[in-house]
Design a protein around this ligand. Structure first.
Ligand code: GTP
Length: 274
C-alpha cells in the first residue's frame, strides 16, 4: 500500500526526470484505464507532450474503451492502443513518437511511465535497438532508472517502480489487485475477490462460468471459491477445500486474462466524471 509520504517523494523524483525529457509515453492497463493511471501525476505531465498507450487490449473488453479513449483525447493526449505482448509496434510507435513530440534538441528524449505490471518492460524490450546501450545509472538517478537508446537520436527514460496510482478508495484498490498491479495484503485478497465476483455477476457472468469450467456460478463469492477449489481438486489435509490456494490461483489467472475480456472502469465509478 502507498502512503502520502511515498507519493510526495515520487512526485519530486518524477519532476526531476521530467526536466530531462520532451515528452511522456504513459502506459495504462486497458482493463482499468482510469484506476491504472497515476492520475495523481496528471498535473505533473500537463506541460509535456503526451502519449497514452492502452496496453493489453487482447484481454480487455474493447466495447467499453471508447469512453476512456475520448476522455484522454479531451485531456490533450494522443491515444494509442495495443497488445505489446503480441504485436510488434516498434516502427509504428517510433513514427508516432516522432510526430507527436517535436524534436527540440539534437536527440529526442521520452519518459516511459506507468504503474507496476502495465507492460513497461515489455515495451522497453521491444523498442530497444539491437546495439542498444543501457546507459548505466546516471548520477542522482534511482536504481533501475536508465536511459535506453532506441536509435541514434531517440532515447527512452525507463522509470521502473516510480509511478503508482493514488489509491484513494477501496474500489480502486480492488481493481488494481484484480489486474495484478497491486499485491494484496492480508484480507485484501478476499475483499478484492468478493468485489470482483459481484462485479462479474452483474457485467461479465461468463468470466465466472469460464473460471468454473462451464458451471453456472453460485450466488455467493465464498461458495464460488469452494466450487473453484473443487474443480481444481485443491484439497487440504482433513478433506477440506483449500480456499487460500483457490484465491491465489483465481487472482493470478484472472490478472493474466485467462477467463476472458473485461474492463473494470466505468465513468460512474468516479465522482469527478459524473
Ligand atoms: P513492473 O516491472 O512491475 O513495473 O511491470 P511492467 O510495467 O514493466 O510490466 P511487464 O512488462 O513486466 O509486464 C507485466 C506482465 O504483463 C507480464 O506478464 C507481461 O507478459 C504481461 N503483458 C505485457 N503486455 C501484455 C499484453 O499486451 N497482453 C497481455 N495479455 N499481457 C501482457
Amino acid at each position: 500500500m502507498w502512503y502520502p509520504g511515498h507519493i510526495k517523494k515520487a512526485k519530486s523524483k518524477i519532476k526531476t526526470y521530467l526536466k530531462t525529457v520532451q515528452g511522456v509515453l504513459e502506459l495504462v492497463d486497458a482493463r482499468a484505464p482510469y484506476a491504472s493511471r497515476a492520475y495523481e501525476f496528471e498535473d505533473l505531465f500537463k506541460d509535456k507532450d503526451r502519449i497514452i498507450l492502452f496496453n493489453k487490449i487482447d484481454i480487455a473488453d474493447e466495447k467499453q474503451l471508447k469512453f476512456w479513449k475520448d476522455y484522454y483525447k479531451s485531456k490533450g493526449y494522443k491515444v494509442l492502443e495495443t497488445s505489446l505482448k503480441k504485436v510488434s509496434i516498434k516502427s509504428f510507435l517510433t513514427k508516432v513518437v516522432y510526430k507527436t513530440f517535436p524534436k527540440k534538441f539534437r536527440e529526442l528524449r521520452v519518459m516511459v511511465a506507468g504503474i507496476p505490471n502495465v507492460g513497461k518492460s515489455t515495451l522497453i524490450n521491444s523498442l530497444k535497438g539491437k546495439k542498444s546501450l543501457r546507459v548505466g545509472n546516471t548520477p542522482g538517478v534511482t536504481k533501475g532508472v536508465q536511459w535506453i537508446s532506441v536509435n541514434d537520436n531517440f532515447m527512452l527514460l525507463d522509470t521502473p517502480g516510480i509511478l503508482y496510482s493514488d489509491i484513494y478508495n477501496k474500489k480502486i484498490l480492488y481493481k488494481l489487485i484484480l489486474i495484478g498491479s497491486v499485491k494484496p495484503e492480508d484480507d485484501e485478497k478476499e475483499f478484492a475477490i468478493e468485489y470482483g465476483f459481484n462485479f462479474f455477476k452483474e457485467k461479465y457472468p461468463e468470466i465466472l462460468k469460464t473460471a468454473l469450467k462451464g458451471d453456472n456460478p453460485p450466488e455467493d463469492y465464498y461458495e464460488f471459491l469452494n466450487m473453484f477449489a473443487k474443480k481444481r481438486n485443491f484439497i487440504k489435509s482433513g478433506n477440506e477445500y483449500d480456499i487460500e490456494r483457490a484465491m491465489s490461483t483465481f487472482l493470478k489467472e484472472l490478472s493474466d486474462g485467462k477467463f476472458g475480456k473485461v474492463v473494470y472502469d466505468y465513468p460512474e465509478d468516479y465522482e469527478i466524471l459524473k
